[in-house]
Each structure stands twice: as structure tokens, then as C-alpha cells.
Design a protein around this ligand. Structure first.
Ligand code: SF4
Ligand code: SF4
Length: 355
């Protein structure tokens, strides 16, 4: 059994051994960024993402206070792994036949599982080294925990929160998956990462839908990632043009970030792209059958938008492509049995005709 003072160093080394590039420890505290979370929810900026609005019995937002959501929590071990691969950025690709899937979703395996598997290895080593500490409690999460992970990542020193709201690291850039282990031990915390955005506003200026309503503030209702992944039913007509050729997520505010210019590539095999997902053919996506969707995206994060959402996004992208070759297919899709696909295809026909 190691003294608690040495466990922080041990666990960060264990994270590196498990394949994480960065790891740090944050204390559990009422950080100023968390006090802004309830205002952000109250302003409606979370859109329809009700999981962000889960509340405890007293009616407080769970994600706003880890202390009240998990009373025994004393530290958060934050681990990050790079998912970047050596492929062009969306801002470098202009092919009117093809759409864009967000870089994180190209992977062979759903990142939730790939990250969680590594977190379990770290958790296991932590348990072994503290085996005489009967009181040790831990919880591992990838996206699903009762905390705002990027705030803890900042205070664990792994990166600062950029004006685009992503975690940025000076050496690694922002193509990072985050995993956390909530821990009952009071481990020695790291220092928070300093903000290195400076006077830069490239992400805010480049966002095609003005979703970054102020530095560090995102309105999900305007964000292409939210609209193409989380939003069910209609994409509001006034914002469809701004979504461009994005069919699942959006990378623009990361692609333009100077800290990503020299972002290294991942060492993890699971994050290599599946065939066909880098710049996917729009016609293929719009006409995908149920079986093809199931087979193509088995174990992929793209399942989240479901076949209906992906087809809706693909027809909007075809309308925005300016590619008149799509007109006959879109006219057929305007009579699709899915009324949402049909309505968006009718819009796309009009959009193409006017382009
Ligand atoms: S992901 Fe795209 S739409 Fe969302 S804030 Fe970034 S650039 Fe804007
Ligand atoms: S583009 Fe500039 S302002 Fe935006 S996150 Fe990167 S460094 Fe910060």
C-alpha cells in the first residue's frame, strides 16, 4: 500500500501505461465555470439534450455540483487520449459529391468503449495499490457522468477550455477524448491549465451558424453538431443552409484553431477510420437501407443519429452542395416514406434549383 501522497503520481503513470497521453488530478470543488452551467441551461442553450438537465431530489442540476451528486467524491482523475489521424481537415476539402462526418466518429470502435476499457485498467491498478484502504470508492465515466468533464479537465491541468468550448492542450491540440475516474481519496491535485487563446477569435469567426455566441459560450440550438446528431425531427429551415455538407457533427471550430495545426496522430488502432467515412458519398448515405445502416455503423457512434437522422442530414447536405447532379435523386426522396426526409428533400430540391 502506497501512502496517499504518492498515489497521484502512481495513477498518472498507470494512465500513461494504459495508453492515455495525458492525465491529471482535479479536486472536487464548486468551480466558477460550474456556477454558469445552470444559467446556460436556463437560457435554453442545451436544446433538447435533456440528459444535461438531470436534477437531484432537491431540484439542483446534477452536473453543476459533483459534491451533491456524488457526496463521497474527493478527486477526479482526468485521462485524455488523442484520436487525430493523418487526414485533411474539413476546411481543406471541397468535393460537392461528398459530405463530412466529424473526425471523432470515423473510428473503428465506439470511443466510449475504447476509452472506458483503458479507464478500467487504471481503476484496477488504483484498487490494487490501495487494497488496504477499504474506503476507496471509484466511478468511471466517458461522457455519461454527473459532471462537466471539460471543467475538471481544466483543473486537472490537461488543457484549457478554448473559446470554442473544447479542451485544448499546447502539445496535443484538441482532438482528445476525455475519460474520468471519480475517486473517494483526496489525491494531490494538479494546477489548472492556463488559457492560451489570447486575442485569437478564429473559431468564433469561422463558425458558419454563429453558434459561438460569445467567447466560451455555445448555443447548441445553432451548432451543427447538435443539429445533425442530437436534434430529432426537423432542422429549423433558417439554419439549414449554414449546416453546409455536414452529415454528422462539425469540426470547423477545431480545424481552424492554430493549436491544431501540428496536432500529432493517434497511436491507438481503434481510432483509425472505417472505410468510406472520411468524406462519405452523400448519395450513398441518403439512400441507405436499414440493413446497410446497421451493418455499416455497427459499434459506431454514428448510430446515435439513427438512420432517419443521417438520411435527413444527407439530403440537406445535397441541397447545400450546389451539385445539380443530385436533383433527380432528391426529387425521388421528396416522396420518401419518412416524412422528415421527404420534407427536407423538397427543401433541398428548391435550394439546388436556386443555386
Ligand atoms: S461545431 Fe461547428 S457549428 Fe458548432 S460551434 Fe463549432 S464551428 Fe460552430
Ligand atoms: S481558434 Fe483561437 S480562440 Fe478558438 S479555441 Fe483556438 S486558440 Fe482559442
Amino acid at each position: 500500500m502506497k501512502p496517499v501522497s504518492e498515489i497521484a503520481t502512481f495513477v498518472k503513470q498507470a494512465a500513461k501505461d494504459a495508453g492515455f497521453e495525458l492525465a491529471g488530478i482535479a479536486p472536487v470543488a464548486e468551480f466558477s465555470e460550474l456556477s454558469r452551467f445552470p444559467e446556460w441551461i436556463a437560457a435554453g442553450h442545451a436544446g433538447e439534450m435533456q440528459y444535461l438537465e438531470k436534477r437531484d431530489e432537491a431540484g439542483n442540476l446534477k452536473r453543476a455540483s459533483l459534491r451533491s451528486a456524488v457526496p463521497w467524491a474527493r478527486s477526479v482523475i482526468v485521462c485524455t487520449i488523442n484520436y487525430n489521424t493523418a487526414h485533411p481537415y474539413s476546411t481543406e476539402v471541397q468535393d460537392p459529391d461528398r459530405g463530412w462526418i466529424s473526425r471523432y466518429a470515423w473510428s473503428n470502435e465506439d470511443y466510449h468503449e475504447a476509452v472506458l476499457r483503458r479507464l478500467r485498467v487504471v481503476e484496477d491498478r488504483l484498487r490494487k495499490v490501495t487494497s488496504e484502504t477499504a474506503a476507496l470508492q471509484t466511478l468511471c465515466y466517458v461522457d455519461t457522468g454527473p459532471l462537466v468533464e471539460r471543467v475538471y479537465a481544466k483543473y486537472a491541468g490537461v488543457g484549457w477550455i478554448g473559446k470554442n468550448t473544447c479542451i485544448l492542450n499546447q502539445q496535443m491540440g484538441s482532438w482528445l477524448f476525455l475519460g474520468v475516474i471519480i475517486c473517494s481519496l483526496e489525491l494531490t491535485p494538479d494546477f489548472p491549465a492556463p488559457d492560451r487563446c489570447g486575442t485569437c477569435t478564429r473559431c468564433i469567426d469561422a463558425c458558419p451558424t454563429d453558434a459561438l455566441i460569445a467567447p466560451y459560450q455555445l448555443d447548441s440550438n445553432r451548432c451543427i453538431s447538435y443539429l445533425t446528431i442530437e436534434k430529432r425531427g426537423d432542422i429549423p429551415e433558417e439554419i439549414r443552409e449554414g449546416t453546409g455538407r455536414h452529415v454528422f457533427g462539425c469540426d470547423i471550430c477545431q480545424d481552424v484553431c492554430p493549436w491544431n495545426r501540428k496536432a500529432p496522430s493517434t497511436r491507438a488502432d481503434e481510432f483509425q477510420p472505417r472505410q468510406g467515412l472520411v468524406n462519405p458519398a452523400l448519395e450513398w448515405l441518403a439512400q441507405m437501407t436499414t440493413e446497410e445502416f446497421r451493418d455499416t455503423f455497427r459499434g459506431s457512434p454514428i448510430r446515435r443519429t439513427k438512420r432517419a437522422g443521417l438520411r435527413r442530414n444527407a439530403v440537406v447536405a445535397m441541397g447545400n452542395s450546389g451539385n445539380r447532379r443530385f436533383a433527380p435523386v432528391l426529387e425521388e426522396l421528396a416522396a420518401d416514406e419518412d416524412p422528415v426526409v421527404a420534407e427536407h428533400a423538397k427543401w433541398a430540391v428548391r435550394k439546388l434549383a436556386s443555386s
